[in-house]
Design a protein around this ligand. Structure first.
Ligand code: C2E
Ligand code: CA
Ligand code: CA
Length: 651
């Protein structure tokens, strides 16, 4: 009951519901008018002869004209521009209109009642019932109007028939009386369901809007770099692919810029300062490139720019230089100002079939070239680069071939103790004699194996050979084995190597692993853990190529190394460049202070060997002593050299 009374009220405080209610109502009301007009005219026609004309014709025609007029209004104007205010106003008007029309039609029908015979009176009763039912169904979305019309029509019918004296009509009146309540109940329950549906639809709409909003945010996040607001790597590749698809014959020009010296800013001043530098770089790039290209942040301190294909090579390369120059301007950070520089690799492709990765790889290769020169600046991808890349690709393919493992072997370069002149061990160096390409340098195939993730398998194959070699080497000799960055940052490979040593029965003290500093940079924590486990097992660890990379004292301090290997670049230029001699001396002193051994690589002359000895370097290897040799020759060399040493000692 409470519900019903509540549903009779127009919900002014619920604008969305008012609109939904009005829309539903406006689709039903025209039907009501059609039914009213047809029924009224049907009654009028049958009474035209028996009743006065004003009653049988003028009133029904007048009422019908009003109905047709209202029907046209609803059809043409009623559904337009439905605001909550308009819906409320029109529903109030409908309420009044429905009451007036019901009284009009009801009064008219009852007035006609006295003029007809029994069958005509039956038609009047039918008219009242049908009108009542039509009103109930067509006005259900406006329960107050439906209730008013139901009550008026049924009351009119019941009162008229109850006092007619005709027993059939009296019985009809009584049953009609009992119909009012169920009808009101139907109106109520329909309206409650309708209100529930509107609520559900509204909730659904809201959820949909929330989902769409979330989708929008997600897709924006998926394509935008959060820090700089630039397009991200994914967006860069999507744009590139789209351009290539749209215009395959004219590929766009790609530039990749990498900041040099950004890492120290991060390390020294913190990530907040690093973020400021990246944001400012993005701003400078966007203001320089403008609408000439799309600037993206590809990750870290790497930015990518897509230029349209119609740009001249000159314009692109000038822009490349301008971008590098703008990076050199100082950056303001809370602690003062910092400076970085930039290198740029550009691919200016000729017409042809490209995929996005292809173009990126070329620009990246050009960038790598300029970075390896350490001069900064701009490098254009050239036919020379193309040749190297093709070769790289062929090597990568060949690494996947089945007989690759069989073509791998090791050579052994003796390591000599400078003071005694005796051989203390060998460094195992990988050799690949490919049936297709002949001998391939480890400098070419090791990086290729790292790129294609073949390295783990390759290391195990080579290390198996190395362990077999140790077993037949004189027992005082040790073996140094090179591990790649991937190996030392991979628990699985390093644990597999440890298990191989255990299985072979070789004393772990005879094994030394050489690792480079770059290996430590990629994942210091894992490298640290792996080194800890290997050293605990008795294996020694040497830091290879010292002096070429970061040569960070913190690495030496944080990780316990057994040896430092001074890179051959210093040793080989020893007699020509005083700085090389000074660096070698410093490293030798550092090793003495730390109580670890120093090894000089690339010793090509007796003079150099003597100087190294004078500087306190303990061990050395190089062509002066011996080139890397097959195992038997290497063992022969060691045996002969040791024999010579003991001979000269006894002499
Ligand atoms: P590395 O570890 O620095 O090895 C020393 C390189 O110097 C070797 O080059 C060796 O042949 C060369 N060398 C030795 N003495 C002299 C000399 O007096 N003068 C000159 N000019 N060169 C000398 P190689 O064999 O071509 O190896 C190059 C690099 O490939 C190695 O540098 C190492 O980083 C890597 N490599 C070699 N074998 C393996 C391996 O089994 N596993 C891994 N991960 N890397 C390896
Ligand atoms: Ca080495
Ligand atoms: Ca080395």
């Amino acid at each position: 009951m409470k519900n019903f009374i509540e549903s009779l009220r127009l919900q002014k405080d619920n604008p969305k519901f008012l609109v939904a209610q009005f829309k539903a109502l406006s689709s039903q009301i025209p039907i009501l008018y059609v039914l009213l007009v047809i029924n009224a005219l049907a009654v009028a026609i049958t009474h035209i002869k028996s009743a006065p004309l004003w009653l049988s014709l003028y009133i029904p025609v007048g009422l019908s004209i009003v109905c047709v007029f209202r029907l046209c209004w609803w059809e043409i104007l009623g559904k337009e521009n439905v605001t909550p205010e308009r819906a409320l106003r029109l529903m109030k008007v409908t309420l009044i209109g429905a009451t007036i029309l019901t009284i009009g039609f009801g009064g008219w029908a009852i007035a006609l009642y006295q003029y007809g015979d029994a069958s005509q009176q039956g038609q009047i009763a039918y008219f009242l019932v049908v009108t009542g039912i039509s009103c109930v169904f067509c006005l259900m979305h406006l329960p107050l109007a439906a209730a008013i019309t139901t009550v008026i029509t049924f009351t009119a019918m019941v009162v008229t028939f109850l006092f007619s004296g005709n027993p059939v009509f009296v019985a009809t009146a009584v049953s009609g009386l009992f119909l009012v309540l169920p009808f009101l109940r139907v109106i109520n329950s329909y309206f409650q369901n309708f209100a529930h549906l509107v609520r559900l639809a509204e909730e659904l709409k809201q959820k949909q809007a929330e989902a769409e909003e979330l989708n929008l945010v997600n897709s924006r996040n998926a394509l935008q770099d959060q820090l700089t607001g630039l397009a991200n790597r994914r967006s860069f590749f999507l744009s590139l692919e789209k351009m290539l698809q749209k215009n395959p014959a004219s590929p766009p020009v790609i530039g990749i810029i990498d900041l040099d010296g950004f890492k120290p800013v991060n390390d020294v001043f913190g990530h907040a300062a690093g973020d400021l530098v990246l944001k400012e770089t993005a701003r400078r790039f966007v203001s320089l490139v403008g609408d000439q290209g799309i600037v993206s942040r590809l990750g870290g301190d790497e930015f990518g720019i897509i230029f349209p294909c119609n740009m001249t090579l000159r314009t692109v390369s000038d822009l490349g230089f301008a971008l590098c120059a703008t990076v050199r301007d100082p950056y303001e950070i809370p602690d003062g100002s910092v400076r970085v520089s930039g290198s740029c690799g550009i691919v200016y492709p000729e017409a042809g079939d490209y995929i996005a990765e292809d173009l990126y790889e070329k620009a990246d290769f050009a960038l790598y070239q300029v970075k390896s020169k350490r001069t900064g600046g701009v490098e254009l991808f050239s036919p020379e680069h193309e040749k190297i890349l093709t070769q790289r690709y062929l090597i990568e393919l060949e690494l996947q071939a089945e007989n690759f493992a069989k073509e791998l072997k090791l050579e052994y370069q003796p390591i000599v103790e400078l003071r005694s002149g005796g051989v203390v061990g060998f460094e195992a160096l990988a050799r690949w004699d490919s049936a297709r390409f002949g001998r391939i340098s480890p400098d070419a195939f090791i990086p290729a194996a790292e790129r294609t993730a073949v390295i783990g398998r390759m290391t195990r194959i080579l290390f198996g050979q190395a362990l077999d070699a140790v077993k037949i080497m004189p027992s005082h000799l040790r073996l140094s084995f090179n591990l790649s960055a991937r190996d030392i940052c991979d628990h699985e490979t390093s644990m597999a190597l440890l298990a191989m040593i255990r299985r072979s029965g070789v004393d772990p003290k005879r094994i030394e692993f050489e690792i480079t500093e770059t290996a430590l940079l990629s994942d210091f924590d894992t490298a640290d853990q792996v080194i800890g486990v290997l050293r605990a097992a008795g294996i020694s660890i040497a830091l290879d190529d010292f002096g070429t990379g970061y040569s960070s004292l913190s690495h030496i301090h944080r990780l316990a190394f057994d040896k430092l290997k001074i890179d051959k670049a210093f040793v080989m230029n020893f007699d020509r460049d005083a700085r090389c001699m000074n660096i070698t001396r410093s490293v030798a002193n550092l090793c003495q202070n730390l109580g670890i051994a120093s090894v000089a690589e690339g010793v090509e002359s007796e003079d150099v060997a003597d100087s190294l000895k004078g500087l306190g370097v303990r061990l050395a290897q190089g062509y002066y002593f011996s080139r890397p040799l097959p195992l038997e020759l290497a063992i022969d060399y060691a045996v002969r050299r040791d024999a010579n040493v003991s001979q000269s000692l006894s002499a």
